[in-house]
Design a protein around this ligand. Structure first.
Ligand code: SF4
Length: 737
């Protein structure tokens, strides 16, 4: 059979039916109020495809068409709630700019429509051509936390074991690589220990660098249900929506958080708020930690953080008094030049006070994307499948054995990280790039450079839902992909819950699930036989179960999709088949961590200054972050919903403090220009005291924000430091936009 015939045969099998299960009888959530043509005849349950919370949504189908959705009422994550993005989850599928046919750039530079056999043949010829000219390492891929785990695993396997690529990373590098490296060193494995019920069981909640009310609104709702009237301590340079609701807001100087956390350690030891029994039995390195934080006196920390000494004492008192203290962090910590060490300083506080493994406790990283946690385990990018190590021959042999592969096809080197791949493009080592479900040209730090570098590539392939993203517009080949709602698989949420996503709509035109695109590419590359057993998402889930066996996240005891459906999602680990487990579970209740000695480690480091210093020319610190609950990352999908667009300002805006604005003659709503050493963006001035003097804030969703950001990276995790750059703002006038 020719390659085209094999591709056609695969294509015939790929146009699968919608999920048939009647998950529950239509009802609830006021369905009786709907017009007759929108009352569903079937309801299919699926986990939301935006953020890491992992809310369950009941998608309403009528005559085989998805006509609406409501949040699932009896799901342990969201308890009947959804944020605006979840309610609008179907809208991005109906957009006009969906990629509906493969496109290949022709000799005259125009994108020409073609079919899958031709597009995949062009893909393979392009990749092989670059590899032949510049070496096997010269083509890399950039993956995502937005596709199901089964698709990530297949992508990593086809790219590395089939196409011979060595380098591939994910956009998850941008959001939670820091948490991974912090947990691995502190706990012995990448193991976020909590369950969302912990939000409701704490009597002290500490949020560091997390605007939970906006970034994770359903977790915020869970926290709001806490019956203990908890002390809520928010560490954030801005008075965010979350900080405004706090009992204590520590408006720390940007990047002063590591000093603050060590200062709190100092004060807690001074109060003898140490859980000596726990520290002695379950940790190592406490003496060195105590010696280290002895230097972080209240005076020094107040100086470094801009906080009052009284604020430091009040915060330490609250933590010392707490019976169940949970400490949470997200991007304000992760996206920092010293993110890993800052995250570990949070973990140190939990270990010091014995706040781990009990209800309402934990050192808890909140993840960003819907399946960032799946990517952490199975993307096969910088780590080998299942949290293994490419450089370890035993690990390579184990994976080859489980997957029935020739071990020689498994690379013996780890991949370059995302920033190193970009650097590789700059110095000519990387000449071809395959970008899947991410928008590098918008989201990568220091955007102007990235645009220029992408244009320099010999081959840029973009596999996405849309032809119009900033990255797709630069592509040589566009592979049209199905979106959330148009395919099957599983996601893993922030609290380690593995849940199903389901096909409730047909993808338009020739668009295919990424899973099937990877299979077509494997066939076109002549390595389809290697992946013959990877013939459906469920079959891959079975392989992943085997790959998890004996690992800290072992879920080999989950029998398959049917059990996930029955249970409504199961948290890892689940090593024992048929075991009765609680629907909400936390790790380390037994005090046994994943290092060989079973102990967690205190990790310490000296604080380092941010990469860019302020100057008379650029005297303001640029902070970036989520603008609203109605936007998701580069707006590729949320921008397609008219309802969501109405919930966000139509113009880019910059938050600036009244004094800083007055000094520059800036009035509310003026057009201004924000400039850094790398570029400029125009925005409306939002004059507000919430941002703090000497700082400005710009939403990360604006297309031009990353013209300003400074490419610097946490050395341990190589995560970009989006939260600190030196800028100035000048008035343009009222009509300059
Ligand atoms: Fe979806 Fe996250 Fe909103 Fe829940 S909170 S509905 S998972 S975007």
């Amino acid at each position: 059979m020719s390659a085209r015939d094999r591709a056609r045969a695969l294509l015939r099998r790929h146009d699968g039916p919608l999920t048939r299960e009647l998950v529950r009888a239509p009802g609830g959530h006021g369905l009786g109020q709907l017009p007759a043509d929108r009352v569903p005849d079937r309801v299919v349950r699926s986990v939301c495809g935006f953020c890491s919370t992992g809310c369950s949504l009941d998608v309403h189908l009528k005559d085989g068409r998805a006509v609406g959705l409501t949040p699932t009422t009896d799901y342990p994550v969201n308890l009947g709630m959804a944020c605006p993005k979840g309610w609008e989850a179907l809208a991005p599928l109906a957009a006009d700019d969906r990629a509906t046919t493969p496109l290949v750039r022709d000799r005259r530079g125009r994108m020409a429509a073609t079919d899958w056999p031709d597009a995949t043949a062009c893909f393979v010829a392009g990749v092989r051509g670059v590899q032949q000219r510049h070496g096997p390492d010269s083509v890399a891929f950039l993956s995502t936390g937005q596709i199901p785990t089964e698709e990530m695993a297949l992508l990593g396997a086809v790219a590395k074991f089939g196409l011979g690529m060595v380098h591939g990373d994910g956009n998850t590098r941008q959001c939670m690589a820091t948490a991974v490296s912090a947990y691995k060193e502190s706990f012995g494995s990448d193991a976020p220990p909590y369950t969302y019920a912990d939000f409701e069981a704490s009597d002290v909640v500490v949020l560091v660098g997390s605007n939970l009310a906006v970034a994770h609104p359903i977790m915020w709702e869970r926290l709001s249900r806490n019956p203990n009237d908890p002390e809520l301590i928010v560490v954030d340079p801005r008075r965010t929506e979350t900080a405004a609701a706090a009992t204590q807001h520590l408006a720390v100087r940007p990047k002063g958080d590591l000093e603050l956390l060590y200062g709190l350690g100092h004060l807690l030891i001074a109060r003898d708020a140490v859980d000596h029994e726990f520290v002695a039995a379950h940790t190592s390195g406490f003496e060195a930690y105590a010696e280290h934080v002895a230097a972080y006196t209240p005076g020094r920390v107040a100086e470094a953080t801009g906080l009052d000494i009284e604020e430091l004492h009040r915060c330490a008192d609250a933590i010392a008094r707490g019976r169940a203290v949970s400490l949470w962090w997200t991007m304000g910590v992760n996206q920092s030049h010293q993110g890993t060490r800052t995250a570990q300083a949070i973990i140190d506080l939990a270990l010091l006070t014995g706040n781990i493994g009990r209800p309402g406790t934990g050192a808890n990283s909140i993840t960003g994307q819907c399946n960032a946690m799946g990517s952490r385990l199975f993307s096969n990018t910088t780590g080998l499948l299942g949290g293994r190590d490419f450089t370890d021959p035993d690990h390579r042999a184990e994976v080859a054995d489980i997957l029935d592969l020739d071990v020689a096809t498994v690379p013996d080197r780890p991949s370059l990280a995302y920033d190193q791949i970009i650097e590789g493009i700059a110095d000519g080592r990387i000449r071809g790039l395959w970008v899947i479900a991410t928008n590098t040209a918008h989201s990568w730090i220091g955007q102007a450079d990235v645009h220029e570098l992408l244009d320099r590539l010999d081959l840029l392939v973009v596999q996405d839902l849309y032809t119009t993203t900033e990255t797709a517009r630069r592509a040589d080949i566009i592979l049209p992909a199905a979106g959330w709602g148009e395919k099957e698989g599983t996601f893993i949420n922030s609290e380690r819950r593995i849940s199903r996503i389901r096909k409730v709509a047909q993808a338009p035109g020739q668009a295919l699930a990424d899973f099937h695109i990877f299979r077509l590419i494997a066939e076109a590359a002549g390595c389809g036989g290697t992946f013959r057993s990877w013939d459906s998402p469920e079959a891959v889930f079975d392989l992943l179960r085997e790959l998890s066996r004996g690992r800290p996240f072992d879920f080999s005891g989950i029998s398959g999709y049917e059990e996930l459906d029955r249970a409504g999602g199961i948290q890892w680990p689940q090593p024992v088949a048929g075991a009765e487990v609680d629907t909400e579970r936390r790790l380390f209740a037994d005090g046994v961590f994943h290092h060989p000695d079973g102990r967690a480690r205190f990790v310490i480091a000296d604080s380092r200054p941010a990469a860019e210093t302020l100057s008379a020319r650029r005297p303001l610190v640029l902070l970036t972050g989520r603008g609203s609950s109605s936007e998701w990352h580069t707006g590729t999908r949320t921008g397609k919903s008219a309802a969501l667009r109405r919930l966000v300002p139509s113009d880019p805006y910059v938050e600036i403090a009244p004094g800083d604005a007055a000094e520059r003659g800036i009035r509310p709503h003026d057009w201004v220009e924000v400039t850094s050493a790398r570029g400029a963006m125009r925005a409306r001035a939002f004059v507000t005291p919430t941002v703090g003097t000497g700082r400005v804030f710009v939403s990360m969703h604006h297309a031009t924000t990353n013209r300003l950001t400074m490419p610097s990276f946490d050395p341990q995790s190589r995560q970009p430091a989006y939260k600190h750059a030196a800028v100035d703002v000048r008035r343009l006038g009222n009509a300059a936009g």
